[in-house]
Design a protein around this ligand. Structure first.
Ligand SMILES: NC(=O)c1ccc[n+]([C@@H]2O[C@H](COP(=O)([O-])OP(=O)(O)OC[C@H]3O[C@@H](n4cnc5c(N)ncnc54)[C@H](OP(=O)(O)O)[C@@H]3O)[C@@H](O)[C@H]2O)c1
Length: 145
């Protein structure tokens, strides 16, 4: 399943009308594991500029050998996200944030909201979200126009 999500994300970010006019990095939030790791590896293998947004405690072994840069922060902390977006020329953000069962606050809820707010303020125009948020539940605020 994660390979299918990753292939779709790579396709959306690298082909046709979605291809960027100006270059910059693809910031992958959640790149240490699961779908995000697969997306980061597949994008890097295609020669894309990729930056993995990881926590200080995140495992990085999965990206060993891939030409991926790292930006360190916690997605639930607005100051971390703002710093990274200010320091990095980002052409697209991919978020695959996920949490452990019963983890509060849920990083996929809080972290996604934080990234959307900071990305809007930074003038970012492209964000791709892999999530279960909204599947069978009321929409979150960031899903509204
Ligand atoms: N896997 C599937 O087939 C599938 C299918 C449908 C939907 N989804 C949804 O897609 C998302 C990704 O799934 P997954 O299986 O790839 O999840 P995962 O393996 O649990 O990965 C979650 C990622 O989020 C990062 N993360 C968590 N809290 C963070 C924080 N505060 N700051 C920065 N990074 C943080 C984790 O980093 P650490 O290494 O630091 O913990 C990890 O890289 C989830 O929301 C899931 O519900 C997944």
């Amino acid at each position: 399943m994660k390979r299918i999500f990753a292939a779709l994300a790579v396709l959306l970010l690298t082909t046709g009308a979605s291809a960027p006019a100006t270059r910059g990095t693809v910031l992958v939030v959640g790149a240490s594991s699961g779908v995000g790791l697969e997306i980061a590896k597949q994008l890097a293998a295609k020669g894309e500029d990729v930056t993995a947004f990881v926590r200080p405690t995140s495992k990085r072994e999965g990206l060993t050998g891939s030409p991926v840069k790292f930006a360190v922060g916690d997605a639930t902390k607005i100051e971390d996200v703002r710093r990274v977006l200010a320091d990095t020329k980002v052409r697209a953000i991919v978020s695959t944030l996920g949490g452990r069962p019963n983890e509060t606050p849920r990083p996929d809820f809080i972290g996604t909201q934080t990234f959307v707010d900071a990305a809007k303020a930074a003038g970012a125009t492209r964000m791709l979200l892999v999530t279960v948020i909204g599947a069978g539940t009321a929409p979150m605020s960031f899903q509204r126009p």
